[in-house]
Write a protein that binds this ligand. Structure first.
Ligand code: ZN
Ligand code: ZN
Length: 278
């Protein structure tokens, strides 16, 4: 050690424990960074303790000199083959974790969609017929076709055709005077054009779209059975039920929205009440 310090007038001392060369002649010294002067040298053991404190158990964390910010070069003894393989496996597993989780998520959603599609096919065309159709179909076609059923239902639910009907209605409202005897206020001229609600405030929540879309085949089946019991084909009956449901619900929605619109248009702002004289 003495020869390394040759030419230096400074005494070698450890910046962790402040002990000098004289205090412990057997201690191992290290010069881990670019520092010069009194913080150049440090005991190997002292620096190890200091690094342990900095790393807080994370043995791969980078540690740098607090003075000159040089990153310490830390080397580990070579691992035995068994420990090496175990270490590699551990690292691979922790790297693959998020991908595996994402894959499982996507897979679950996909298989849920396939199951939903199959249940819907059986519901719409009838249990036995549905099974027959799916057994005869190409498996690849089923794997792609069945999950598109819920996707199409959700996309269909997102089309807001009632808004287009409403817009047309308002455009040609003066030609709809006849209808105003049935639905009050439909064809009347509007005294004021209310501000349209911003699309953001008017937006329908995602859960509502999802639930509405996925429940739709069940509702179509029920409505079909109630309204078109004379139709023998399950498929035709459900399609008719679906169309009837969409039309009736749409009509109510359009009517409700138009009433809200008229309520806005006919609103009045009152005079502030005068203070009563005593
Ligand atoms: Zn020391
Ligand atoms: Zn340094």
């Amino acid at each position: 050690r003495a020869e390394e310090n040759l030419g230096s007038t400074e005494e070698t001392s450890c910046w962790v424990c402040f002990a000098t060369d004289e205090d412990d002649r057997t201690a191992e010294w290290v010069r881990p960074c670019r520092c010069r002067g009194s913080t150049k040298w440090v005991h190997q053991a002292c620096l190890q303790r200091w690094v342990d404190e900095k790393q807080r158990g994370n043995s791969t964390a980078r540690v740098a000199c607090p003075q000159c910010n040089t990153e310490y070069l830390i080397v580990f003894p070579k691992l035995g083959p068994v420990v090496y393989v175990l270490d590699l496996a551990d690292r691979l597993i922790s790297k693959a974790g998020p991908f595996a989780a994402a894959g499982i998520m996507v897979g679950s959603i996909y298989w849920t969609a396939v199951t939903y599609g199959a249940v819907t096919v059986m519901q719409v065309v009838g249990h036995k017929e549905g099974l027959d159709v799916m057994e005869r179909a190409d498996p690849l076609f089923l794997l792609i076709g069945l999950p598109t059923i819920p996707v199409m239902l959700i996309l269909g639910k997102m089309i807001r055709w009632e808004d287009y009907v409403l817009r047309l209605w308002r455009k040609y409202s003066n030609k709809l005077q006849i209808l105003s005897s049935i639905f009050p206020g439909i064809g009347c001229p509007v005294p004021r054009i209310p501000a349209e609600p911003s699309p953001l405030a008017d937006h329908v929540s995602a859960t509502r779209i999802l639930c509405g879309a996925l429940v739709f085949p069940t509702i179509a089946t029920i409505v079909g059975k109630l309204m078109f019991s004379s139709v023998n084909s399950n498929l035709q009956r459900t399609i008719l039920g679906g169309i009837a449901f969409v039309a009736i619900k749409g009509a109510f929605k359009v009517y409700f929205k138009q009433q809200q619109y008229l309520r806005q248009a006919h609103r009045k702002i009152l005079n502030f009440p005068e203070p009563e004289e005593a």
